[in-house]
Design a protein around this ligand. Structure first.
Ligand code: AMP
Length: 608
């Protein structure tokens, strides 16, 4: 395809900011591009040359681009720079200079998408001596053949500032709009707006019955909604598995839904991990995961996705970053322990104190994730133990649709435990509340955060936050805290004091420990409301600068939270994670508020 056709699309995207219109424009383009170009074009629409999972970067700084524009336009670099300072956009500068510089000469040959893509991909390969000049040459070569408008978008793409508003949501929907109705021979009569409308109208119950409608040929409106939702979900799932819209678009174009389903996991390419919801009790765990369910220690470490192919190992974080270099100790123990030629494992790496042989909280080992030097010393001083809790692929075979029970069996089969290095995560398959409570106590005693509960029948859903894998942490004791400051809200909350700075007690002194703004309701009929709170606090305002006002300390509120952390921000030296107001403690005054000693005690308690 000609690059100018893509540039036309960029211009249309730039001129209309509505998401729906952008989706339509992208879907129409995807529909008509030849199969050979679809991967490249999908990536270029996102303004990238590599898929999201790939860490390679074009590595072209603005100064390098100045040189390239100067070489292509024949103008002195200083002149280019002053134009750039004037307009603030190097893309526009390139466009203008090329326009004025080339009035009489005709462009020698037409740029294709393939040529642009090829040159972009050569950029990161240039390293070492002379690489800057060679990079400049590659870009200048494109700019010399470019029409003015093409130059604008080439420059923006190379600098990573394309910004035509094609994000993950737009691409996902556009792929569904482009291919599925045609593939299935359905809904030709629906335009973009109808699609959006049917999507919004689909109810949760309808979605649950989705499978039934898979094969419907001429659906009624309700079935159409489900099908549409199914298409969009299928594209999303394929993306969660591959993190590459290029290959997703290509699979959808050539094979429709079946093409997406057939997309497979690849060793060495990270997959989005399955995420968990939270429960507040063991009973709720059984409700979500069924009986029996599997309980596992919830370790306070960091998620690692381990890929192995023969003697090569990759380690990815939950954000899909490749951290293989930082963890030679994990590479080594995977090679020694794992009995599979190829596999993808899901695991938690947890730090421990090598002399005391006790788990350490995540903060202690977190530095290893970014550390690029002194790695051997880190391995010695901050060793980690890998707890493998799931498997996505073994010897080329995807395991994601297998029930968890089978995946766990596979983990036990292939992961040979090596003390303090690697093991299948400790677990218990249980039907009774009592045994789970005891297991919880055991996990806490070993220094963990709590338990994970998992349904033994459920599949692995990459990228999804699922109800069949849930976390259960110790519910912390609530604190009773005094309101000492408050802040007027924004927008529709501007009539209310909607955020409260709270303090604990040290003798007769009050020490701030955090700010809380969740837990209250906007409508009085739903519970303690912002309006009510504002009425109570307004007479107590003693001073105020702008939005923030000091409050005479009289009111005590009960505050729940996820965790107490050490923090220099507040004078108590502590801060609360995810605090929320539970209720007003009208029965308590500032003298009855929780003491700093109590806070310290709870802080230490949560570590054990
Ligand atoms: P949270 O970060 O609080 O949302 O809890 C979920 C995280 O707990 C996961 O992303 C894992 O990193 C971690 N985790 C620790 N132990 C396990 C386990 N046995 N199974 C699954 N996730 C675990």
């Amino acid at each position: 395809m000609k690059y100018s056709d893509l540039v036309d699309v960029y211009e249309r995207l730039d001129s209309d900011s509505k998401r729906l219109s952008k989706t339509l424009v992208v879907s129409q383009l995807l529909e008509k591009v030849p199969e050979d170009d679809i991967e490249k074009i999908t990536l270029l629409l996102e303004g990238r040359a590599y898929p999201a999972w790939d860490e390679r970067e074009l590595g072209v700084a603005k100064q390098m681009m100045l040189k390239a524009v100067s070489a292509a336009s024949g103008l002195d670099a200083r002149r280019v720079e002053s134009e750039w300072k004037r307009t603030g956009d190097l893309g526009e500068v390139a466009e203008n200079l090329i326009k004025s510089g080339r009035q009489s000469t005709l462009v020698s040959h037409e740029l294709t998408v393939g040529k642009v893509f090829e040159n972009l991909r050569k950029l990161p390969e240039m390293t070492g001596q002379g690489s800057v000049d060679r990079k400049v040459q590659l870009i200048a070569e494109l700019l010399t053949s470019a029409k003015p408008k093409e130059a604008r978008y080439i420059v923006r793409t190379v600098l990573g500032t394309l910004r035509v508003g094609v994000g993950a949501g737009v691409l996902r929907d556009a792929i569904a709009w482009a291919f599925f109705p045609k593939v299935k021979g359905l809904f030709r009569e629906l335009d973009a707006r109808d699609y959006m409308r049917v999507l919004k109208a689909a109810s949760v119950d309808e979605l649950k019955n989705l499978q039934k409608y898979d094969a419907v040929e001429a659906p009624d409106p309700a079935a159409a909604r489900l099908l549409y939702r199914h298409f969009v979900d299928s594209v999303q799932q394929a993306y969660d598995m591959s993190n590459d819209f290029g290959v997703v678009a290509s699979a959808a174009k050539s094979g429709g839904l079946a093409g997406l389903k057939a997309m497979s996991l690849k060793v060495g390419k990270p997959v989005k991990v399955m995420l968990s919801l939270k429960v507040d009790s063991v009973e709720e765990g059984f409700e979500r995961c069924g009986r029996p369910m599997q309980a596992e220690f919830k370790l306070d470490g960091f998620r690692v996705q381990l890929h192995k192919q023969g003697s090569k190992v990759w380690i990815f974080t939950r954000r899909l970053e490749d951290v293989t270099r930082q963890f030679p100790d994990i590479v080594d123990c995977v090679l020694k322990s794992v009995r599979a030629d190829s596999c993808i494992l899901d695991a938690e790496a947890v730090g421990f104190d090598p002399s005391a042989k006790k788990y350490l909280p995540f903060q202690n080992v977190s530095q290893r994730i970014r550390r690029k030097y002194d790695i051997e010393r880190m391995v010695r001083e901050l060793p980690v133990e890998v707890n493998v809790f799931d498997v996505l692929l073994i010897d080329g075979r995807s395991m994601v649709d297998e029930p968890f029970r089978r995946r766990r069996e596979a983990v036990e089969r292939i992961v040979k435990p090596i003390q303090w290095r690697i093991l299948p995560a400790k677990c218990l398959v249980a039907s009774g509340v009592g045994e789970v409570e005891r297991f919880f106590a055991e996990s806490k005693a070993a220094g963990n955060e709590g338990l994970m509960f998992k349904s033994i029948d459920a599949p692995y859903k990459p990228g999804a936050r699922v109800g069949h894998m849930v976390k259960f942490k110790k519910t912390m004791e609530n604190l009773d805290l005094v309101i000492v400051k408050a802040e007027w809200g924004e927008g529709k909350r501007s009539r209310w004091l909607s955020s409260y700075t709270v303090a604990c007690r040290l003798g007769s002194k009050l020490l701030e420990i955090g700010k809380v703004s969740t837990g209250l309701k906007e409508k009085p009929e739903e519970g303690l409301s912002f309006g009510e709170m504002t009425k109570l606090l307004r007479p107590l305002i003693v001073s105020g600068e702008g939005k923030l006002v000091a409050i005479r300390p009289e009111f005590v509120i009960e505050v729940a939270y996820e965790e107490i952390q050490k923090s220099p921000t507040y004078e108590s030296g502590y801060a609360l994670r995810f605090p929320r107001v539970v209720r007003l403690r009208e029965d308590k005054g500032p003298d009855d508020a929780s003491s700093l000693k109590m806070v310290e005690q709870y802080y230490r308690g949560q570590k054990r």
